[in-house]
Design a protein around this ligand. Structure first.
Ligand SMILES: [Zn+2]
Length: 200
């Protein structure tokens, strides 16, 4: 199968699917195989991030339909969903019922272990301090969030807590996939709540 990649011009390479991933075909001429493999791997990783974030967005919409602040989360390991959840502190009468906590609890229960190494948590909004702490306790390897939360977010907006040197476990983090969708969902939710509030 032919794949084309662009890097300072157009580079066309032959790539073949090997063990579930794209690798440079040995017959491809005059290209840096390692560089191309890195680019292909990066692109596949980005597509995987977007795939799981779309599922987290669906869960955020579930929260919105229940009248909860629309945040959804999915915990993934080795390409498999281990647990998922949405924000529901109001209906659950539970201040800890954030989407991340719900996904962590579901995953830990499913595997019978509170530690979830080699896992990635996808969440539609930047985690708060409570959820960032839970990610560390659970030994989650990486968290990916869609949109920043300027007030309560502690990964990038405030504190940069996951990068703190005192922590005994480092959770890598990335942001951005489906950011517009996640932010729009939040804005529409709060706009509709203001309209309901002003009408009553
Ligand atoms: Zn939280």
């Amino acid at each position: 199968m032919l794949k084309s990649l662009t890097d300072a011009g157009i580079v066309v390479v032959l790539a073949c699917c090997v063990q579930g991933g794209w690798r440079l075909c040995p017959a491809s001429p005059n290209v840096d195989g390692a560089m191309v493999n890195t680019m292909v791997d990066a692109r596949l990783a980005a597509e995987e991030d977007t795939f799981w974030m779309r599922r987290a967005l669906e869960l955020a919409q579930t929260a919105a339909r229940a009248g909860e602040v629309p945040v959804g989360a999915v915990l993934v390991r080795d390409g498999q969903m281990l647990g998922e959840g949405w924000n529901h502190p109001v209906s659950g009468a539970d201040p800890t019922a954030h989407a991340e906590i719900a996904a962590l609890r579901a995953a830990a229960s499913a595997v019978g272990n509170y530690r979830l190494p080699r896992s990635t948590l996808y969440v539609t909004i930047e985690p708060c301090a409570m959820c960032a702490g839970a990610l560390v306790h659970a030994r989650v390897e990486r968290v990916v969030f869609a949109a920043r939360e300027p007030r309560a977010g502690v990964v990038a907006s405030n504190l940069e807590l996951l990068d703190a040197a005192f922590l005994n476990h480092r959770v890598r983090w990335d942001e951005g996939p489906c950011a517009l969708e996640a932010a729009t969902l939040m804005q529409e939710f709060f706009r509709s709540r203001r309209q309901v509030g002003s009408a009553s």
